[in-house]
Write a protein that binds this ligand. Structure first.
Ligand SMILES: [Fe+2]
Ligand SMILES: [Fe+2]
Length: 269
């Protein structure tokens, strides 16, 4: 199967890029399934029902989340009615689920969403939670497994890669909004520390620069806001999976206003 993963979608500029590019790229690259992180899709904070429907209508098949999942309370009933995940390692009793399944032809793909520890809300140990979850899926005969690891620290993400490479098809980093250049396929696992956001690129992580600048220059609080006008970016990793292993991977970047689509091949070893 051929799958694609999109990192944090930020606000209406991010959703506009999804609408413009996902269905087209699905056809162009014969992609079966698209998974996207939607924790910032609704004006930078959380995900509304309307915007979730919009993303699914734009060609997204499953939506993952993170620390911002809870910014809109209306997401809670959607966990039961739409393919929307929240991080797996929230304590027992928290609404939603961290594992979802997608199907194409006679094959299944398990998607796991998990959250790191550094600079994040207090959740269960992601390494222990993921190790157990992956083992259970493999025991159940599920071979194609993609993890969205929503974490601040590249060290945590790299360590998870060391723990699970060869056991899962893909580990896709999200949360920092800034794409890293370490896309690789090792022992059949596609890995990148952060896919990077889709949204406004000429600012601070998809948000107007004024508020973060005020925070950094004065130490005073300021509310983040999605810019009304900006230059946008779209970022997506495309992967070919065979029998649970990633055989080929590349990343697509589209800069609004540029003629050319940037393709970064993965490093294989
Ligand atoms: Fe985010
Ligand atoms: Fe986040």
């Amino acid at each position: 199967m051929k799958i694609a993963f999109i990192g944090d979608i930020v606000g209406s500029p991010g959703r506009a890029m999804i609408k413009e590019h996902v269905s087209k790229l699905k056809r162009e690259f014969s992609i079966d399934l698209v998974i996207a992180n939607g924790e910032n899709a609704s004006h930078g904070f959380g995900l509304t029902q309307k915007n979730a429907k919009e993303l699914f209508a734009s060609g997204v098949d499953m939506i993952t989340g993170g620390n911002h999942t809870w910014d809109r309370k209306e997401i809670i009933p959607l966990f039961d009615t739409m393919p929307i995940l929240r991080p797996l390692n929230y304590p027992e009793g928290v609404e939603g689920k961290g594992v979802g399944f997608l199907h194409v032809r006679d094959e299944s793909l398990a998607v796991i969403n998990a959250m790191g520890h550094f600079s994040m809300p207090m959740v269960e140990n992601p390494f222990i939670a993921l190790k157990g979850c992956v083992q259970k899926l493999r025991n159940d005969g599920i071979k194609n497994i993609l993890i969205d690891f929503h974490a601040e620290s590249t060290a945590e993400k790299r360590a998870l890669h060391m723990l699970l490479k060869g056991q899962v098809s893909a580990i896709m980093g999200t949360h920092t909004h800034i794409g890293t250049d370490d896309l690789s396929v090792q022992e059949g696992t596609c890995y990148v520390s952060d896919v990077g956001m889709s949204g406004c690129r000429d600012n601070v992580i998809g948000m107007e620069a004024q508020a973060p600048l005020k925070r950094f220059l004065t130490g005073l609080p300021a509310s983040l806001d999605v810019p009304k006008k900006c230059k946008k970016i779209f970022q997506m990793v495309v992967m070919t999976l065979e029998d649970g292993l990633c055989k080929e991977a590349f990343k697509v970047r589209i800069y609004e206003g540029a003629e050319e689509m940037f393709i970064q091949k993965a490093f294989y070893e």
